[in-house]
Design a protein. Structure first.
Length: 320
């Protein structure tokens, strides 16, 4: 039996080459390398807050694969269930540097090693060793085999009575069309306990506009907690018994918005694993989201426990 883990996730971690100077990617001459990937960001956030987390993926037997394992291990992520293949390469991406707005991102992940992950790679004992599963729709969009892996993992964990969280993390470019994206994501949402869409994502996925209406849509699918991210304003949550709006935190300067949603997810999940009340959990999610946008890299702003406590002690709510 594997070691006991607080949480487990799976997906495609990538090597990110981010520009050190402002400009079009083809004109930039200097890049730095870092770990990237939505699920990897969440795993990092959970580990930094003291929650042991495992990551399941398949990497190429190449230097980018070695880099990812080293980077995840440095963060305390358990990589004992990661497998390697000589047939496919490790995915990567390039990200531009901007002074405002969202950076441009270009992916090199088609037919990557991670996209070949399948149910045949699923380790029952490893997943059973974890108390919680977190996933996103990015993995499900990469290949038919990863979609089946996602369905299997979610169903398996719920069959064991474990909690499952799901962030839609919409990436339209990865899907054949919007209809397929919407129907698949909503089907997967019905297999989770905690669902974390952004308000824009909720509108696309349901055709509804109000947070309460969007939340009700997913509660009817069987989700027990829906938390809708509202950007700088904060977040709205709803269960069958309660609902509320939790204001965000003031941010003096937005440096990079990439990774904010992953930080939010790590904040909410970590707090719920600690048995905090839902409003407290959503407030922590807001705090990690705020810290994320104030930092340049995808994971740079993810705090340790001490850093989180220091931020909460000094931060002001957006309404104040």
């Amino acid at each position: 039996m594997s070691k006991s883990l607080a949480a487990v996730t799976f997906g495609e971690p990538m090597a990110m080459f981010y520009a050190n100077e402002v400009g079009e990617l083809h004109e930039v001459s200097s890049f730095s390398k870092a770990l990237a990937g939505a699920e990897s960001n969440v795993a990092t956030g959970l580990c930094r807050l003291g929650h042991s987390t495992g990551y399941v993926t398949k990497l190429g037997e190449d230097n980018l694969g070695k880099f990812i394992i080293h980077a995840q291990t440095q963060e305390g992520i358990d990589t004992s269930a990661v497998t390697f293949t000589k047939k496919h390469s490790t995915g990567m991406l390039m990200k531009s540097k901007v002074l405002e707005g969202d950076p441009k991102v270009e992916y090199f992940r088609k037919n990557s090693a991670a996209s070949t992950l399948s149910v045949a790679d699923f380790d029952n004992d490893y997943f059973a060793s974890a108390g919680h599963l977190h996933t996103t729709s990015i993995s499900a969009a990469l290949s038919a085999s990863m979609l089946e892996f996602a369905r299997h993992a979610m169903d398996y964990m719920r069959s064991l009575g474990r909690t499952v969280s799901f962030d839609p993390n919409l990436r339209p470019v990865l899907w054949p069309d919007q209809k397929t994206m919407v129907s698949t994501i909503n089907e997967l949402a019905g297999r989770c306990d905690w669902f974390f869409p952004g308000i824009g994502e909720g509108k696309i996925l349901t055709g509804l506009t109000e947070p309460e209406e969007i939340a009700d849509f997913y509660l009817k699918l069987g989700v027990s907690l829906v938390v809708i991210k509202l950007g700088p304003e904060g977040a709205y949550y709803k269960t069958k018994d309660s609902s509320g709006f939790i204001p965000g935190f003031k941010v003096d300067q937005v440096v990079d918005t990439v990774g904010a949603g992953d930080g939010f997810a790590a904040g909410v999940i970590s707090a719920l694993l600690e048995k905090l009340e839902i409003p407290e959990a959503v407030a922590r999610g807001n705090a990690l989201g705020a810290l994320a946008v104030m930092s340049p890299g995808d994971m740079d702003g993810l705090p340790t426990r001490e850093q989180l406590e220091a931020f909460l002690a000094s931060a002001k709510r957006a309404e104040g």
